[in-house]
Design a protein around this ligand. Structure first.
Ligand code: PMP
Ligand code: GLN
Length: 384
């Protein structure tokens, strides 16, 4: 038989699956894979159930249900002042993952360079390569994960087609500052590129700091594809409903990829997400406040047992700097060790780098019941 695709067949299993399996084997508290362990908002669940029983369960329109596309456009206007035409500038996807895949497949020509900021979500580099793109890395390092102009100057070239920017950044728990975003915007325009903006954690930001979509910076409205995820915004990660807002010229080719990737997304879940996006400010403020309290709870707990917790401005995650611990191995060894011996799973941050990884940071997910967070700290005590 002839060989399978060389980009994909050479890959290992994603670190989230590996650590979740290991956690199960050792009956560990799983603070590895990022997902909330609650039920999610009852009214959004009820809407989905109602839509399954009473609604349309056949193929919805390819770009998504009109009610959800309108809701996404309304959401973008309400939170960010973005004016988007729901009919031509919004598309519903099967999770942010499919949105990313459709953007990369729809926009990349073989040999195009794509600027990626590592640490990055582990799907990015393989998807870029499979689409024929060449990743060019900007490498960010703890504790501040700061982005400088020199880094961009090194990564951009006349072959740069796009940047893929995740903000707030998983796993670094960093919110890019306005100054950093301006730098990115400046380079994107200077090199006539576009920005694929993975903003799935847009509503999980802390300490009253506002999330700034790159799309809202001067000159960027026509150059950005803004991606959101109902999985994160409604704490329902299994739903896999995502959405893209972008100028028609950019969204057009992305929709062509979408039509042959999945064509569409479960209509009942789309209805429920449309309902959810229209919820009042109390819901969105409450989500951020709830996650911030969990961040604080886990931070206090981990600090109390002697771990050095890095700053966290958003996302589901806090990172621990292992360089000061007595553990001799790297982050991967540390995560395996605590899973097997303490019964608490975390994710090694080196898994989010394609080249020159940082090897002394471990990521812990705090979007869990308080009792689960407390139990994790209790178990870790004495092992770190
Ligand atoms: N991007 C980032 C940065 C993520 O953390 C996630 C969550 N797993 C995704 C994309 C994928 O989102 P979805 O589950 O909506 O596909
Ligand atoms: N985004 C989640 C995380 O970072 C995991 C998603 C997945 O399991 N693929 O943990």
């Amino acid at each position: 038989m002839k060989p399978a695709n060389s980009v994909l067949s050479g890959l290992g299993t994603t670190v989230f699956e590996v650590m979740s399996r290991l956690a199960m084997q050792h009956d560990a508290v799983n603070l590895g894979q990022g997902f909330p362990d609650g039920r999610g908002p009852e009214d959004v669940l009820a809407k989905a159930a109602e839509a399954v029983m009473d609604g349309w369960n056949q193929y919805p329109p390819m770009l998504g249900l009109p009610e959800l596309r309108k809701a996404v456009a309304d959401h973008d206007r309400r939170f960010y002042g973005i004016e988007a035409d729901w009919q031509t500038e919004v598309m519903v996807t099967t999770g942010a993952t499919e949105a990313l895949a459709a953007c990369l497949l729809g926009l990349i020509e073989p040999g195009d360079e794509i600027v990626l900021f590592q640490p990055m979500y582990d799907a990015y580099a393989p998807m870029v390569r499979r689409a024929g793109g060449v990743p060019r890395y900007v490498t960010l390092t703890p504790p501040n994960w700061r982005l400088t102009e020199e880094m961009l100057a090194e990564a951009f070239s006349p072959r740069t087609k796009a940047v893929l920017l995740n903000n707030p950044l998983n796993p670094a728990a960093k919110l890019f500052s306005e100054a950093e975003l301006r730098l990115v915007a400046d380079y994107v325009q200077r090199f006539d590129a576009v920005a694929i903006c993975d903003e799935v954690y847009e509503h999980i930001v802390f300490d009253g700091v506002a999330h700034i979509p790159l799309m809202t910076l001067p000159g960027m409205r026509e150059r950005c594809l803004k991606i959101g995820s109902a999985g994160k915004t409604f704490s329902l990660t299994g739903w896999k409903v995502g959405y893209i807002t972008a100028a028609q010229e950019l969204l057009g080719p992305v929709a062509k990829a979408h039509q042959f990737l999945v064509f569409t997304t479960a209509p009942n879940l789309q209805s429920a997400v449309a309902f959810g996006l229209a919820k009042d400010a109390a819901y969105f403020d409450g989500l951020a406040a709830e996650m911030q309290a969990k961040r604080d709870r886990l931070t206090v707990g981990l600090t109390s047992i002697g771990l050095a917790v890095l700053p966290c401005e958003g996302t589901y995650f806090v990172n621990v700097d292992l360089s000061g611990t007595r553990f001799a191995g790297d982050d991967e060894g540390f995560c395996r060790y605590i899973t097997e011996t303490a019964g608490v799973a975390a994710i090694p941050v080196s898994a989010f780098y394609d080249a020159d990884p940082v090897r002394d940071v471990a990521r812990f997910c705090f979007s869990k019941q308080d009792a689960v967070l407390d139990e994790a700290v209790r178990r870790l005590k004495g092992h770190v």
